[in-house]
Ligand binder design. Structure first.
Ligand code: ATP
Ligand code: HSE
Length: 354
């Protein structure tokens, strides 16, 4: 056996884009990169357990134990579902991460997609893209981030209505999909992992006008997606649902038009399903989204909360600095400091063998 090495690169994502709560996502040019090497053991270099090193965003908080880290636990789940109960010997993974944690830029979705591709490669499983999405959806239960991270671009997705048995299989607690492995994790953990049903998620890529960039205005505090979902109601009025559906239908085509129409898009990026409820967790959110408009900021097309927040996403064809600096002023009045970046819409996850 010879040494194998490969690189997995997964983009950041922004989900929702205003009215498309849990439905649409956009892949963006910040990356989670895994450099992976498997060196077969020899007489002089005996088998050793996996090693994980990490640089970039989250380096000071991410677990470096392969049985505790999100990406490697997802990989082990994929392997266990294929009767492979442990990592290969002498596995080295270096992770470099540009996606800030808990900011609404899809860091966890990227970690999950990286884990699925890692499991697929380590086990030489040859899974299809659709099957990889099934595995990702067993971990990350809403499809918007993971689908955009996997396939890239501006993507709409839905979870298929499954029959009773498949619904139960897809709803097992996360603790059964990603169990807490003990320190001496061993073969017993290979037994009976919950298998994903086939074809859980379906998606379509929309067009995207190449002149649109995304300004990510990133507050310097974390907000977990779980916490930002707890503040949402369980039921909505027909008026609010129709408000969002009307806008989403227009938005999916409006962002592909050349040239894009700011008047159409600014209104089409408004939302009544999640942003109004999340303002309690993100001081400055309503002020930023209502005071920065195409009239005050030429080049702006629309502005929304990115994912579950707290990042603000402004789609624009120019005037990036004015948009970001004026958002910075509004946040500063609320005592919040921000960083900002101009990002482009990219392709999906890539895998390169060396
Ligand atoms: N590269 C990574 N490696 C390991 N764990 C990660 C990695 N990236 C994210 N995580 C885990 O995911 C958590 C953040 O996930 P969360 O869903 O709350 O936010 P997000 O994915 O950044 O935002 P959003 O889902 O709104 O786009 C981190 O605190 C960390 O526990
Ligand atoms: N649609 C999700 C995206 C974050 O993962 C939410 O807004 O909660």
């Amino acid at each position: 056996m010879t040494q194998r090495s490969f690189t997995i690169r997964v983009p950041a994502t922004s989900a929702n884009i205003g009215p498309g709560f849990d439905v649409v996502g956009l892949s963006l040019s910040l990356y989670l990169t895994l450099k992976v090497t498997i060196t077969p053991p020899t007489a002089t270099s005996p088998a050793r357990p996996p090693t994980l090193t990490y640089s970039g965003e989250g380096a000071d908080e991410v677990p470096l134990d392969a049985y505790k880290n999100l990406t490697t636990r997802v990989a082990l789940y994929v392997l266990r579902c294929h009767d492979i109960t442990r990592f290969p010997a002498n596995l080295s993974i270096h992770v470099d991460n540009e996606i800030p944690f808990g900011r609404g830029l899809g860091s966890s979705g990227a970690a999950v997609i990286a884990g699925v591709l890692l499991g697929n490669e380590l086990g030489e499983l040859n899974l299809s893209q659709s099957r990889m999405l099934d595995f990702a959806l067993m971990v990350e239960r809403h499809p918007d981030n993971v689908t955009a991270a996997l396939v890239g671009g501006f993507v709409g997705s839905y979870l298929r209505e499954l029959d009773h048995a498949a619904t139960e299989a897809a709803s097992v607690p996360l603790s059964e999909v990603l169990p807490e492995y003990p320190p001496d994790a061993c073969e017993e953990w290979g037994l009976n992992p919950p298998q994903p049903p086939f074809g859980i998620g379906h998606f379509v890529r929309f067009g995207w006008s190449s002149c649109i960039s995304a300004v990510a205005i990133i507050p310097r505090f974390e907000l977990s997606t779980a916490k930002a979902r707890e503040v949402l109601p369980l039921e909505y009025s027909r008026k609010d649902l129709v408000f969002n559906l009307q806008r989403l239908a227009v938005l999916t085509t409006a962002l592909a038009q050349e040239p894009p129409d700011p008047e159409l898009i600014y209104e089409a990026m408004k939302d009544r399903i999640h942003q109004p409820y999340r303002k309690t967790l993100i001081p400055g959110l309503p002020e930023v989204t209502s005071n920065i408009t195409p009239d005050t900021h030429p080049g702006l097309l629309g502005i929304c909360l990115s994912g579950a927040g707290p990042t603000i996403l402004a789609l624009a064809t120019g005037g990036y600095e004015a948009i970001a600096e004026d958002a910075r002023k509004i946040f500063r009045e609320k005592g919040i400091e921000v960083d900002w970046k101009v990002l482009t819409v990219t392709g999906g996850t890539s895998l390169e063998h060396h």
